[in-house]
Write a protein that binds this ligand. Structure first.
Ligand SMILES: *Cc1c(COP(=O)(O)O)cnc(C)c1O
Length: 240
């Protein structure tokens, strides 16, 4: 059961306030203006009623990681002024559908996704913002290392293909710090990959890094977007 009354609203308002205080402190510790960091609230597993409350509380960007859940939720919230970010692992056979509703796809990690995303963007007649997801694992080999993200070596060529694709707007790079590692080191690798992309496509300035547990480290290396779920909405119901 979901509580949508004043208490949930109050809870979210308090969490957002605390989070903005954290973001502002991280920015000021490195002399960055706080408005250089865009908050994407990750609403996966939480109901549309929470998205609605967040929008009322001033949130403008939300993140989702599964097509089915996200497309339904977005439909329920179509009257709201929100940008919808897809941040999950993207299957090729879902790419066209995601490209139909997403404003930003942050998790493009292979060339195969580009044709369906490009077609979807052209069909809807509105460009799709794309980030190349970079694997921040130091060792991609072995079962546990097979996470999503392009290995850094492949990032420049993938970025060039995004930039050349009709309907797609290359905005920058995204990364998730590996579990158990040092997030600062991982984000430094991401920032390096981002700089490489920017050298070729100067408008690709977005650096999406940092979640509830490591957003300070991400902001220190220049994150322009943080993706925060738990610190705003609480622990996700059911699965993670
Ligand atoms: C779920 C998720 C987040 C949010 O994580 P929290 O720790 O809940 O803030 C951020 N980025 C990605 C890619 C995610 O899948």
């Amino acid at each position: 059961m979901t509580v949508t009354g004043p208490s949930r609203r109050e809870q979210l308002a308090t969490a957002l306030h605390t989070l903005h205080t954290r973001i502002d402190a991280a920015c000021s510790s490195v002399g960055r203006p706080p408005d250089g960091v865009t908050l994407v609230v990750v609403t996966k597993f939480f109901p549309a009623s929470d998205v609605r409350l967040l929008a009322e509380l001033g949130v403008r960007h939300v993140g989702e990681n599964r097509h089915q859940e996200a497309s339904v939720k977005r439909e329920e919230c179509r009257d709201l002024d929100l940008a919808w970010h897809f941040i999950g692992q993207l299957q090729s056979n879902k790419a066209a559908a995601v490209g139909g509703w997403a404003d930003v796809v942050q998790s493009v990690d292979r060339v195969r996704l580009l044709a369906p995303l490009s077609r979807a963007a052209d069909e809807r007649g509105r460009p799709l913002d794309v980030l190349v997801q970079v694997s921040l694992d130091e060792d991609r080999r072995g079962a546990a290392g097979d996470r999503s993200g392009a290995v850094p070596d492949q990032v420049p060529s993938l970025a060039a293909e995004v930039a050349a694709a009709s309907g797609l707007r290359l905005r920058g790079v995204m990364g998730v710090a590996p579990m158990g590692g040092d997030p600062a080191a991982a984000f430094a690798r991401l920032a390096a990959a981002g700089a490489q992309v920017r050298a070729e496509v100067p408008s690709a300035t977005w650096l999406s890094a940092g979640m509830s547990g490591d957003l300070e480290q991400a902001i220190r290396v220049g994150a322009t977007h943080v993706r925060v779920g738990t610190a705003v909405l609480g622990n996700r119901p059911g699965r993670v």
